[in-house]
Design a protein around this ligand. Sequence first.
Ligand code: MC0
Length: 153
Amino acid sequence: MFMRIDHVGIACHDLEEKIAFFERTFELTVVAREVNTEQGVKEAMLHIADGEGGGSYIQLLEPLSPDTPVGKFLTRRGEGVHHVAFGVPDVVQALDTIGGRGVRLLDERPRHGSMGSSIAFLHPKDVGGMLTELVQAPERQAETMSNARNADT
Ligand code: MC0
């Protein structure tokens, strides 16, 4: 089901300061920046490597306000690992399978994620305390749409 670790999301108070640290210390490069109002974050993706079905990244997350998921996390726990995201070939299918195995889905349907991806979250309490994200990379979305079209014909 999981093809790779797509990214590790890290909550921080100051995105620019944290980007500078990761660039300077680990020689990583920012490949995308986005403000995602639906998720309440300003974020940056730093490229690590390329893998099956997409790349893997460190994702730095600064909350847009204290009453967002990342804002609440920072208040409660301080800076640190907020979630782990796994690349899947088909996020709708993965949600269906995982939900059927009793894990609570925070998203019944995929939402818009970094760099054009489709994402969905699983409840941390059902995954050993780890907020888990499923990610379908954009190239995979084109593939599943084309498979669905072929199945229709
Ligand atoms: C909360 N909990 C966590 C957690 N956040 N555990 C592990 N990792 C986290 N990040 C724990 C709390 O400590 C609490 O445990 C329990 O979960 C229930 O929390 P809650 O009181 O319901 O807390 P809320 O209201 O903050 O909700 C938590 C929840 C929420 C995970 C349901 O944050 C959520 O729906 N997250 C999914 C969306 C998201 O995180 N978006 C931001 C990243 P106790 O033991 O105290 O009961 S967006 C993103 O990453 C996008 C841009 C992308 O990747 O492309």
